[in-house]
Design a protein around this ligand. Structure first.
Ligand code: PEP
Ligand code: MG
Length: 823
């Protein structure tokens, strides 16, 4: 039991904001001997990774788990803020309950808090009271309201239940409980949690917290309904897996450079996409100009297009809403619900349709209607209404993007290096960036294995993605530090932080320089086995850089970048010149040209690809090429003509069936004969699980395999590689992916062909060692990873690599694999 006295309470506080409130409550914890002053900083940093607003005017700031050494003894301190302090937009706090918890004793306070939380009248009274003992009584369970037993839930007619131990170090506190109820809410069944003779509704936070479940205690979960068994299985798995708390430790552990800020005004968390630190002013990137034809011939067609565009925009908005809600909560996400409401406005749609019937194109009609409305709203005296004009403009643009006949991208220009912020960057946006002007970039959407993230890594630009729409509101010129390893954007850092970040950058650069100096040495393991290390490139100019960077050739040329960001496809001659230039730049080193891999997150307006519900499962890669033989044959002819100038191999992407391979090979042969070239090796990417499973059959038909771990991972794990919340779990080091690769390598060995890997895993030091240990002969990666991967492979024996690979195969999940120590 935590003893609480009036010394733990400060009444009538008036903090200027959340950080000052945390400081004041932290100082109170220090004064009472609960914590060392260093813990206050940790409490502030926790807010950057988690929201401690509990609801109903109460917040419970506390520090990060790794700083628990600064807690002297368990205790709580309370700041009463009668005027309220904004915790997050729309979340006003009157009682700030600072918690220092050495173990799980604070659960008791939390349990009492939930009784208060249930009862707005009590909070109102405590927020205004002039007598601190009122607060002591309420929170220590003496005030009548606090020990009020909740109505017991009767589980007599529940058929299914499961017992499970809560292993979270601090029991079922607010965050794991929220995680629990988020899962419970996915099921229709009624869920009740029983603990210590009491029971609570499994879909209510207050109810779960009220149970006061400590660490190591067993709870019984009951479920009633059609999906009761599924619900119990999912909840048991979630509790066993730590209810989301392990993720946080992992995220912290992954920050390779170890830099953390000491004082920043604001932190925006996102997902890591490309490592490194960048420091500089923010610049928003909104240069996309959407051009639409004014008139259209076929109003019926335009009306259908409008319907599709509005539906697509609604589906984007729903995704954004879910994403932001799961990350930051309902108040922040609500704006997207409001945006969706605009799209259901009957007047807006009726006016657009009437203009379409009058001869305008859907895009033009929509833009006119939106512009008129926006202008009218902007002139409104009511400030709130005027502010909504921004929202309408935003929604208007979203629909227009779907309707646009022509997308014209203007390259980004700037007079000084900046941290670029954008809603999202398409691969062609990213490809147009001048790395000299971009210190780092941060996008509101996107995912870590999306193509923009890959390009960021290849340009060696620190980047974070999926940071949510608030980043779009940062003013140009705001100073920031972008931490690509930790996945955070820090705004307005202190001069001291700018200095330590610069020092960290210098240290990283010194380490990189040492590796870079030995980049031309082959990746020979200590026991003399060689692994070929090649580069992934996307344009002619990078071939030279690949060689300069230590690449022993090009293991993946993504030819689609020749097709992106333009209005017509490149003709045979343009492609031929481009491939030839690369061959010349490589000067005899091998080049693997992958045929066009369009679709998925790589859209090409002039190909008129139909909108698909699941583009990653739709017409992409070889499927698209086989459906458009002229496009494919033009490329194949260009490749065969280029093959007369130096060594190259052809690789087909996204192969799923033996039939596709046979047709692809037939078309290649046709093109070869047409241009009169010699045969070249034809291989395939292993990206679809069907190929890995049938690798023996495929191995008889091709000269080599190259595993695309980015796609293979998304298809094996059924997790979209650009999904803002799932993408982080779609980890290529998952044993399920590694076992597939193992199977592929063994089938290739049996057939006497070689296996390479050109997905992102090849460029990670641990991934490269495991892949080498599995028998992969060639690793192809973004240019900046070549020198460090070669250095890593030179530091171990192949025997050690094989041992690590076997350990990885025996693991049960990616966290276990990531925890393996390299010698
Ligand atoms: C992959 O899927 O791993 C791959 C290398 O191809 P891309 O990233 O271009 O889809
Ligand atoms: Mg791929």
């Amino acid at each position: 039991m935590i003893a609480m006295t009036t010394d733990n309470i400060v009444l009538n506080a008036e903090p200027s904001g959340k950080l000052q409130a945390i400081e004041q409550v932290g100082e109170l914890l220090v004064r009472n001997g609960f914590i060392e002053p260093e813990y206050i900083d940790s409490m502030k940093r926790r807010e950057e990774v988690a929201n401690t607003y509990l609801g109903n005017g109460i917040s419970i700031p506390h520090g990060l788990p790794e700083n628990r050494n600064h807690i002297l003894k368990t205790g709580v301190a309370i700041l009463q803020v009668p005027g309220g302090v904004t915790w997050n937009p729309g979340e006003i706090v009157n009682l700030v309950v600072g918690i220092a918890a050495k173990s799980d004793e604070h659960i008791e306070i939390l349990t009492n808090l939930t009784h208060v939380l249930d009862d707005p009248a009590t909070v109102e009274r405590l927020a205004a009271t002039g007598d601190p003992s009122d607060i002591v009584r309420a929170l220590s369970g003496e005030a009548g309201t606090s020990r009020r037993p909740g109505p017991e839930l009767d589980v007599a007619d529940f058929d299914h239940s499961v017992d499970v131990t809560v292993m979270n170090p601090h029991g079922l506190h607010a965050r794991p409980a929220t995680f629990f109820l988020d899962i419970a809410k996915l099921f229709d069944s009624t869920i009740v949690v029983e603990f210590d003779g009491r029971s609570g509704n499994g879909k209510s936070l207050a109810s779960l917290l009220k149970l006061g479940v400590g660490s190591g205690r067993i709870i019984r979960i009951h479920a009633k309904g059609d999906d009761a068994m599924q619900a119990l299985n999912a909840l048991k798995d979630a509790v066993d897996a730590g209810l989301g708390e392990i993720e946080e430790e992992k995220a912290v552990a992954r920050t390779a450079h170890g830099w953390v800020p000491s004082e920043v005004k604001r932190t925006i968390p996102g997902c890591t996409a490309s490592p490194g630190l960048a420091c500089g002013p923010i610049r928003q990137f909104t240069h996309r100009r959407i051009v639409v034809e004014a008139m259209a011939k076929d109003p019926e067609h335009e009306l259908t297009e409008l319907g599709h565009a509005v539906a697509a925009a609604k589906s984007n908005l729903r995704m954004l809403y879910n994403e932001v809600r799961s990350r930051s909560g309902e108040p922040q996400a609500a704006i997207f619900r409001a945006h969706e409401a605009f799209l259901e406005d009957p007047e807006l749609l009726a006016e657009t349709k009437s203009r379409i019937r009058g001869g305008n194109s859907a895009g033009y009609a929509w833009r006119q209607v939106i512009d008129d409305r926006v202008r009218a709203m902007e002139q409104h005296d009511d400030e709130v209404l005027a502010a909504r004009a921004m929202d309408l403009r935003d929604v208007g643009r979203r629909v227009l993007r779907h309707l646009a006949g022509v997308l014209q991208d203007e390259p980004f220009t700037s007079s000084e290096p900046v941290i670029l912020v954008a809603e999202d960057l398409t691969p062609s946006d990213t490809a147009l960036l001048d790395p000299a002007l971009i210190l780092g970039f941060c996008t509101a959407g996107g995912g870590p294995t999306s193509h923009s993230a890959i390009i960021a890594r290849s340009l060696d630009i620190p980047a974070i993605v999926a940071a949510g729409p608030t980043v779009l509101e940062i003013e140009d010129g705001t100073m920031a530090i972008l931490d690509g390893d930790g996945g955070n954007l820090y705004l307005e850092p202190s001069p001291a932080d700018v200095e330590t970040a610069a020092e960290t950058r210098k240290r990283i650069e010194a380490e990189r320089d040492a590796e870079y100096r030995t980049r031309y040495e082959p990746a020979l393991t200590l026991d003399g086995e060689r692994v070929e290390v090649a580069a992934n490139i996307g344009k002619a100019s990078e071939a030279e850089k690949a060689v300069e960077g230590g690449g022993e050739g090009v293991g993946l040329l993504r030819t689609e970048f020749l097709f992106l960001g333009r209005e017509t496809p490149p003709d045979e001659d343009e492609q031929y010149q481009s491939y030839k230039a690369m061959i010349e730049a490589l000067n005899g080193l091998p080049l693997i040209i992958r045929t066009l891999d369009i679709g998925g997150d790589k859209a090409v307006p002039y190909l008129d690809l139909p909108a698909e519900d699941n583009p990653f499962l739709g017409e992409r890669g070889i499927r698209l090429c086989l459906n458009r033989p002229e496009l494919f044959l033009t490329q194949l002819r260009a490749i065969y003509r280029a093959s007369m100038h130096g060594p190259l191999r052809i690789m087909f992407p996204m192969i799923a069936t033996l039939d596709e391979l046979a047709v692809g090979k037939r078309l290649a042969e046709k093109a070869r004969i047409e241009v009169g070239a010699e045969p070249v090796d034809i291989g395939i990417m292993v990206e679809v699980p069907s190929v890995a499973v049938m690798a023996r059959e495929f191995a008889k038909e091709v000269a080599f395999f190259s595993v695309g771990t980015n796609d293979l991972t998304q298809y094996v794990m059924a997790m979209d590689r650009v999904h803002p919340t799932l993408a982080a779990q779609a980890d290529s080091l998952h044993p399920a992916v590694l076992r597939m690769i193992d199977q592929v390598v063994r089938a290739a060995d049996e057939a006497g062909i070689w296996t390479g890997v050109c997905g992102g895993l090849a460029g990670e030091p641990l991934g490269a060692v495991i892949l080498a240990g599995l028998g992969v002969k060639e690793l192809s990666m973004v240019i900046p990873s070549i020198a460090p991967v070669k250095a890593r492979l030179r530091s171990i024996t192949m025997k050690q690599a094989r041992e690590i690979a076997q350990q990885a195969l025996a693991c049960v999940d990616n966290n276990q694999v990531r925890a393996l120590k390299l010698p």
